[in-house]
Write a protein that binds this ligand. Structure first.
Ligand code: ZN
Length: 453
């Protein structure tokens, strides 16, 4: 059993036709369920002049002008807390008595967002997380050190529960346990896998020697990273893999049956979708007009999430603030599944002569020129975003030992690829390696060339 390639082979290897047929069947059932059970969704349908019965095809579904934004998601929870006697939101479709699990965002920056689970929702979460754990090589009987915040959303307690459900042996120290305790538990229990944020994996590299050990001596061979970009950035991934002597996997998911994980390919290929039977990951819209955009290999758009195997508080057309890219072509690793990359937040978008430009997409493109560049770059703005002047000023580090002539060629190649793929013109300014400040905040790609108002 342990040498199987998949946790759930029958589901994970479904053909595109099977996925599409199943998806429409489930979407129609879920829309009817939400309409029937939630006053919030009934109002939404009513406001759009639509009923669930109007949605017969995938195109109908994509055109359905109903959106749940992160602000609305919060607001409907506040409203249910004051009017309905529970804080789980007006999108709650299951009877309150059936809500047997709750996870939440951290609540450190304001009112936490709560996610209720029924027993079936817990089973769905166990199932899709098991698929991800299996892909990265975790097997029943493996000891797994858990170092995400235990109270934090789906990778806290729900991930611990999912490891137990699949037969693995989680050691749930959590990020709250602190570094010393985490290292002590690692020494005593000898885990073969670790779950934590990429920045915590990096931090432990520096901190372990003070506790008299190097992270590479702990015997951890697989690291499951999530919660922030990092594991998908070549420089960060290399650093963690070398120091720990482990393979790093990048995961993105959440409640509602969302799950995707990167593969073993030497170059980062995005994250394979693992749960097209539970939710829609790539119903893309234009972030400004909210109109559906055609989804092709490599398409970038605002991700709209709909769960269709979820009882408690299921999202319908949840317009996330994530900018996503989808890859439909087969992955060179040989495993099935479309892949997605999370490119950043939609709030970061720039508009250059009417073209939407995403700083993270520019960084990904520049990274394709490693090792001739270091990967460090900044977009220098002369005025406050989102509007930016053309050509867009990009300052980037070339690698050590690149001569004048080679630099000119490199600049031409990068400029051409930016124009072809991202459809804007760039003014590239090369600087020496090490010139740009290394920031702890990895997402910082913009340099303000203007004063704040
Ligand atoms: Zn792959």
């Amino acid at each position: 059993m342990a040498d199987r390639r998949f946790w759930n082979e029958q589901v994970e290897t479904r053909s595109e036709d099977e996925i599409a047929a199943l998806r429409m069947q489930k979407i129609r059932r879920q829309l009817a369920y939400c309409h029937q059970r939630s006053p919030y969704y009934r109002e939404k349908f009513h406001g759009a002049g639509a009923t669930p019965q109007d949605v017969r095809t995938w195109e109908d579904f994509r055109r359905l002008p109903i959106f749940l934004t992160p602000e609305e998601y919060k607001a409907q929870q506040e409203r249910s807390a004051s009017e309905d006697g529970h804080p789980y939101g007006r999108i709650l479709c299951a009877p309150l008595a059936d809500v047997v699990g709750v996870s939440s965002t951290s609540g450190t920056t304001g009112r936490p967002t709560l996610t209720p689970f029924t027993r079936r929702d817990i089973a769905t979460t166990d199932e899709v997380l098991a698929r991800a754990f299996w892909r990265m090589g975790i097997r029943p009987g493996d000891t797994v050190l858990h170092a995400f915040g235990l109270s934090v959303w789906v990778l806290g307690i729900p991930a611990v529960r999912a490891l137990e459900a699949m037969g693995a042996r989680p050691i749930a120290v959590g990020a709250e346990g602190g570094t010393e305790r985490l290292l002590m538990f690692a020494r005593i229990t000898r885990p073969s896998a670790l779950l934590c944020t990429p920045s915590y994996a990096e931090y432990l590299i520096e901190r372990a020697p003070a506790a008299g050990i190097e992270v590479g001596e702990l015997g951890i061979r697989r690291i499951f990273c999530a919660g922030e970009p990092g594991a998908g950035l070549p420089a960060v991934r290399d650093k963690i893999e070398r120091a720990w002597g482990a393979k790093v996997y990048d995961f993105a998911g959440g409640p509602w049956g969302i799950a995707s994980i990167s593969c073993d390919h030497a170059e980062y290929q995005g994250m394979h979708l693992l749960s097209e039977d539970c939710c829609v990951h790539y119903d893309f819209v234009d972030p400004q007009t909210r109109q559906p955009i055609e989804v092709k290999d490599g398409t970038i758009g605002a991700a709209v999430l709909t769960a269709f195997d979820w009882d408690a508080g299921p999202p319908v057309k949840f317009l996330l603030n994530d900018l996503m890219q989808i890859h439909l072509a087969p992955c060179p690793c040989g495993l099935p599944g479309k892949r997605r990359r999370i490119l950043g937040r939609i709030d970061d978008m720039l508009i250059v002569r009417g073209i939407n430009v995403y700083p993270a997409a520019v960084r990904n493109l520049v990274n394709e020129f490693l090792p001739r560049v270091t990967g460090e770059m900044r977009i220098v703005l002369a005025e406050p975003p989102p509007r930016a002047a053309a050509p867009l000023h990009i300052r980037l580090e070339h690698a050590a030992g690149i001569g004048e002539g080679a630099l000119e060629d490199l600049g031409r190649e990068i400029g051409t690829r930016i124009r072809d793929r991202l459809r804007f013109t760039a003014q590239l300014e090369f600087v020496r390696p090490g010139t740009l400040e290394r920031s702890a905040h990895k997402g910082r790609l913009i340099e303000k060339g203007y004063r704040d108002a």
